[in-house]
Ligand binder design. Sequence first.
Ligand SMILES: [Zn+2]
Ligand SMILES: [Zn+2]
Length: 193
Amino acid sequence: MGGIAIATAGAVDREAASWVESCLATALGIDTERLDPLPDPSYAYDEGRGQYSSTLVLHDALARRPAHAARLLVITEHDIFIPMLSFVYGQAQLDGPVAVLSLARLRQEFYGLPPNRPLFLVRARKEALHEIGHTFGLTHCNDPGCAMALSTNIEQLDAKGSDYCSGCATLLRDAARVACDGAELAVRSGGIR
Ligand SMILES: [Zn+2]
Ligand SMILES: [Zn+2]
C-alpha cells in the first residue's frame, strides 16, 4: 500500500498532526500512515537567522521515507526558511518524495493575536494540501480559491480555499495513484522490507 507517510519532528501539536493526516487522506483519497516521531531537527538550526533550514529538513526526510510510502510529509513547530526568503510555511520537492510543513506561523499568537484554533487548523490544512500537491508535480494555480494558489503571507493564505480546484484535484488524484502504485511495486520487486 503506497500512500503518504506523516512524521512529526521534535515537539509538535499532536492533534494538529492527526488533523493534517486526515485532511490529506480525504482530499487525496489515498492511504496515510503515521510514522514514529522524528528527533528535533536541531541539525537544521541556523544561528544567524534563528530559524531552521527547510532544505536540510527535506534532505533528512529523504533518508527516512519508508520505501513503501510514496511520499513523506514532515511536520515541525519550528520556523523554517530557504535562503532567498525570510520564511516559508512549507517546502516540497516538486514531483519528489518529501515535503515539510511548519506550524510556527499558522497560529494567531505568532502575530500577537488571541488564539483561534479553527483558523489555525484550516491554515494547516491549506498548507499541507499545498505542499503535498507540489510533491505530486502540481505547480501554483491561478485560481485564487485553490489550495495550490501561491501564498507568501498570512492574508494570502487566509484568502485562498482549503481544497483543490477541480483541475488540480484531477491532476493530483491521477499523479497520486501512479506514485502510490510505483511505491508498492518497488517494494514488491525490490526486496525492500
Ligand atoms: Zn507553493
Ligand atoms: Zn488549482
